[in-house]
Every structure is written in structure tokens, then in C-alpha cells.
Design a protein around this ligand. Structure first.
Ligand code: BGP
Length: 464
């Protein structure tokens, strides 16, 4: 059956400054938390390839955008690096950064590509991290200042703004996980970081509205629907808690303008009170978004804990529930993530039914695959049919959600050209376009790139 999408559906891709720009030491940029973490612990990064080894969008954006246009894609998300625009805590925008982002935005508009600009993609400038990063409440006003600068400098042309990408990730990987500085395993500090990030988001939304800029502002959340192993009340309770920490911690403030009372109480009941000050509710209320980006990769499957917790172990979300390894689940072995297309539908229906059917788009979805070399064909390009199938299965669910009334406006694949991916560096490739890292970073369109071009031309595709 043909899955038809509206003519104005946003067919795009997502990327980020820290993962694709490169030129980390050029143009006056200061190191971000990732550059420093690589300096401290390079052995943790796949093949010891660090964040400075990016696709060089900084010098090659015109080439990338030309290929982007050739594939018929219409909207491109990247981010403005705080560490490039306001390096070392300066209040005066770095002229080289202003020039670069102006050129990128202008090049997109000339090609008829809509820029979607995000302001924070896990990439705290080191000078702010040294002062405590998101644990320090002063960072909230520093972020508002950065956001204001971005709106003032580029708001005459950018009409889609996003304050944060996946704001729950930094608390999780750096404060209760072992994947980023400061690796502290402390749930109170993690949720403090999350709380201050909510305030920073709300301050940036307020700055956007105060300035009466055109367009819309919002946030991008990685929503992982939480499914209990069974209908046993303990499993259901466990899944609810996983949802509360991972999803509701940001969904409620950004979609309802209130901070979850349940989360506040849970943290207080476990002697980890959140650093709430009088009047914060008024700030949080300003954070209600115009538009929500939904990043969807995989669900979380959850069960009640099998074993009692070691009382000396640090408290983490996993103190309260276990992950559930469902028999028969389909897995992407390269990334270890479950493939469950219906999850994307469940996310959209939840927003339709419980969050006023706010305007959304799929801001990330994709399949990371290690070593695509065996799929190279005689003409020299990668035949990534597995990626096409993955995208089709997810788009079919998006189509179904839209036909049932969900206000979902587009689909952005992660990513356009294979990017550097945090600890996994270049292990898993996600792009419509291959990055030949050791061949002068040459860009070569994959089969999925040619496929999406046809989908866009036809405004849809045939599905089993
Ligand atoms: C999302 C991030 C992206 C990107 C993607 C793929 O969570 O927003 O920055 O990296 O995941 O994940 P990974 O790179 O870990 O494979």
C-alpha cells in the first residue's frame, strides 16, 4: 500500500555542531566538555578517535548542503556551539563564529533548505563546566544570555529554534552513568543538573518570546516509551518510575509548564531534594514550547528488581527498577538497541492524547551500523537496504499516527553524512551519505540517499 505524506512534510536530517563541524581548535573556539574528556580518557573512545576528528562541516558545509539539496531534502538541523560563539565566558560574540553561522544559514536559505537550529547538544563549554556546569545555578542565566545572542544574531532568518537536544542525557551519562565527565554516580546531582536544565530551557524560551522573534521555539526530547514486562503491579510500578525519570522529568515542564510534583516528592522522600527556590514555578511556566522534536530510537522495557540493592551502592535510576530483556525482541546488534517501530507511534499518540496534540516532528531516528564496507556495490556506493527497511518501518508508523490525527510535521533522520558519535566515535554509521574518513573525508551517497530522494519526489512510498 502507498504511504502518502503531505507535500509540505519536512523531509530532513539532524546533526550537531560538536559531532560534525570539526575545526575544534580553529576560529577561537574553546574546548567543550567532550574535548576535555577526550584529553582525560581517550581510551574510552572507540579506536581512540576523539571529537576533533569530525566531518569538517566548518569548511565543507557548502558541499554538504549541495548534496542535501540534490537529494531533495528540505530541512536541516544542526546546532550553534556555545563554545564557538561565546568562548571562554566572553560576553562578546566571537566574530569568526558569527561569520561561520551566518554563512551556513545563508547557504541553506539560498538552496531553499529550512534551518532548524539547536542551542545545546551535550556540549558544555569547558569554562562553564569548571564552574560546576549545570550543577551551578548561575549557568542558567549564562545559557539565557547565549540564547539571546543567538536569537539576536540569527533570528531574522532562522524560524525554528530548539533550546536543548535530549536534556536527560547529560544527567544520565555523566552523573549516574560512566560515560562523561564528571562520572560521579550521584542521583541527587544528576537530577539537580536536570532541574537546572529545565530552568535554562524556560529562560531561553522566555528570551525568545520577549524578543518577539519570528518563528517557533521548542526543545528536542529523546522519548523512550516505557513498557512493563507484565501486568503485575510491581512491573507496572517499575515501568512508571523509568518513565518518570527519563521522560516525564522533561515532558511535563516543557509541555505543561509545571514541574512534576511526583518527581519532586520522590526525590525528597529519598533524601535527595531538588534545589527548588521560591518563584521557580513561574520560571518553569515560561518554558511551555511551541513545537516539540521527538527523538525516537528504542523503547525501555522494564521489570521490578530481581535482587535487593546493595545498600552501599550509589543510588541511580537502576536502583528502583531493572531493564527487561524481552524474549524475541528485534535488536540492532551494532548499537545494542531494540528495533521497535511501533514505539514511534506510541510516542505520537501519547502526545496527541495527553499533551494537547502539540505540533511535533520526528527530530531523530536512525540505524547505526558498524562496517558497511561489505555492502559496497560495483558502482562504489553502499547498498544499505537494512537502513531503508528500518526507515520505512518507522515512517509507516508515523503515517499511521498522522492518519489518526497526530500533529506530526516531519521526519529527520539521524543523520545526513555519517558523523562522529560520542564514545562510539565512527564505529556506527547512520548517514544517507557515507563519510570516507581516510579518503579526505569524501562524501558518497548511499542507496538510502537515492531512496529518500525518490520518496520525497513521490511524497510517499510503497509499503508491504
Ligand atoms: C542521539 C543523539 C545524537 C546521536 C544519536 C546516535 O541520542 O542526539 O547526538 O549521537 O543519538 O547515538 P550514538 O551516536 O550514541 O550511536
Amino acid at each position: 500500500m502507498f504511504k502518502d505524506f503531505s507535500k509540505d512534510f519536512w523531509w530532513g536530517t539532524a546533526s550537531s555542531g560538536p559531532q560534525h563541524e570539526g575545526a575544534a581548535l580553529e576560529g577561537g573556539r574553546e574546548p567543550s566538555i567532550w574535548d576535555k574528556y577526550y584529553e582525560m580518557s581517550s581510551e574510552r573512545f572507540f579506536n581512540e578517535v576523539g571529537p576533533q576528528e569530525c566531518g569538517d562541516f566548518y569548511h565543507r558545509f557548502k558541499e554538504d548542503l549541495t548534496i542535501f539539496k540534490e537529494l531533495g531534502l528540505t530541512s536541516y538541523r544542526t546546532s550553534i556551539q556555545w563554545s564557538r560563539l561565546l568562548p571562554f565566558g566572553t560576553k562578546t560574540p566571537n566574530p569568526d563564529a558569527v561569520r561561520f553561522y551566518n554563512e551556513v544559514i545563508d547557504a541553506m536559505l539560498e538552496l531553499g533548505i529550512t534551518p532548524f537550529m539547536n542551542l545545546h547538544h551535550f556540549d558544555m563549554p569547558w569554562s562553564h563546566q569548571e564552574k560546576g556546569g549545570w550543577e551551578n545555578r548561575d549557568t542558567v542565566k549564562e545559557f539565557r544570555y547565549f540564547a539571546e545572542q543567538c536569537f539576536q544574531l540569527f533570528g531574522d532568518r532562522v524560524e525554528y529554534w530548539f533550546t536543548f537536544n535530549e536534556p536527560i542525557v547529560v544527567p544520565y551519562i555523566a552523573y549516574v552513568g560512566d560515560h562523561l565527565y564528571p562520572n560521579v554516580m550521584d542521583m541527587q546531582r544528576a537530577m539537580t543538573v536536570a532541574y537546572h536544565t529545565s530552568l535554562a530551557h524556560a529562560e531561553a524560551m522566555d528570551a525568545f518570546r520577549q524578543g518577539s522573534y519570528k518563528g517557533k521555539a521548542g526543545i528536542i526530547l529523546n522519548i523512550a516509551p516505557s513498557y512493563p514486562r507484565s501486568s503485575n503491579p510491581e512491573d507496572v510500578k517499575a515501568a512508571h518510575l523509568a518513565d518518570l525519570f527519563h521522560n516525564e522529568s522533561f515532558k511535563e515542564p516543557v509541555l505543561k509548564g509545571t514541574y512534576s510534583q511526583e518527581l519532586i516528592k520522590f526525590m525528597a522522600d529519598h533524601n535527595m531534594p531538588l534545589p527548588i527556590l521560591e518563584g521557580d514555578d513561574k520560571i518553569i511556566a515560561k518554558g511551555k514550547v511551541d513545537i516539540l522534536g521527538v527523538n525516537y530510537y528504542a523503547p525501555q522495557r522494564v521489570k521490578v528488581k530481581d535482587n535487593l540493592v546493595n545498600p552501599k551502592a550509589p543510588i541511580r535510576p537502576g536502583t528502583f527498577f531493572d531493564s527487561y530483556d524481552m524474549p524475541g525482541k528485534k535488536i540492532n546488534p551494532h548499537r545494542g538497541w531494540e528495533i521497535y517501530p511501533q514505539g514511534i507511534y506510541d510516542c505520537l499518540i501519547d502526545i496527541r492524547d495527553n499533551y494537547n496534540n502539540i505540533e511535533t516532528f520526528i527530530s531523530e531516528n536512525g540505524m547505526g551500523v558498524e562496517n558497511e564496507e561489505p555492502f559496497r556495490n560495483a558502482q562504489g556506493f553502499i547498498e544499505d537496504s537494512y537502513r531503508i527497511d528500518f526507515i520505512k518501518d518507522h515512517l509507516a508508523q508515523v503515517h499511521k499516527a498522522i492518519s489518526e490525527g497526530c500533529n506530526c510535521k516531519g521526519y529527520h533522520l539521524w543523520t545526513f553524512v555519517d558523523t562522529w558519535s560520542w564514545m562510539n566515535a565512527y564505529k556506527n554509521r547512520y548517514g544517507y551519505v557515507e563519510l570516507q574518513l581516510h579518503n579526505d573525508k569524501k562524501r558518497v551517497i548511499k542507496k538510502s540517499g537515492y531512496w529518500i530522494k525518490k520518496v520525497i519526489e513521490d511524497s510517499g512510498f510503497d509499503y508491504k
